[in-house]
Design a protein around this ligand. Structure first.
Ligand code: AMP
Ligand code: ZN
Length: 115
């Protein structure tokens, strides 16, 4: 738990979120400003600011993060058409919240990102 981290506060139920899946390592909830019909955030419960902060002992947990993405995508009916998992890392990507997270986007044919 890191003070003033909005995602840590969601994990600790200090601020509300539409949670779709939770286990010991991972929380999945709806993005508050969806950019596609399905837009979820998949986060580790451990506060890790960016990919550059990942430690060797985080590998199993990060595997669980990605497996949770597939589990929830299947539950949301995306098994046939698929989805996109994308993560922003620092300034050039436009990262706003420095608690590592994946965006799960789906529910329509997605255009590729501008480069
Ligand atoms: P980024 O850090 O740029 O990868 O994106 C942060 C994402 O968090 C944005 O898509 C926001 O809409 C989303 N977000 C910010 N605050 C909340 C919140 N309280 N509940 C759900 N999603 C949020
Ligand atoms: Zn945090």
């Amino acid at each position: 738990m890191v003070q003033d981290c909005i995602f840590c506060k969601i994990i600790n139920k200090e601020i509300p979120a539409e949670v779709l899946y939770e286990n010991d390592d991972v929380l999945v909830f709806k993005d508050i400003k969806p950019v596609s019909p399905i837009h979820l955030l998949i986060i580790p419960k451990k506060h890790i600011p960016t990919f550059f902060d990942l430690q060797p002992e985080d590998s199993r947990m990060m595997g669980e993060v990605q497996r949770a993405a597939a589990t929830v995508a299947r539950d949301m009916g995306l098994a046939q058409k698929g989805f996109r998992l994308v993560a922003n890392c620092m300034e050039d990507s436009g990262q706003v919240i420095f608690h590592l997270h994946y965006h799960l986007l789906g529910g329509k044919r997605l255009p590729w990102l501008a480069g």
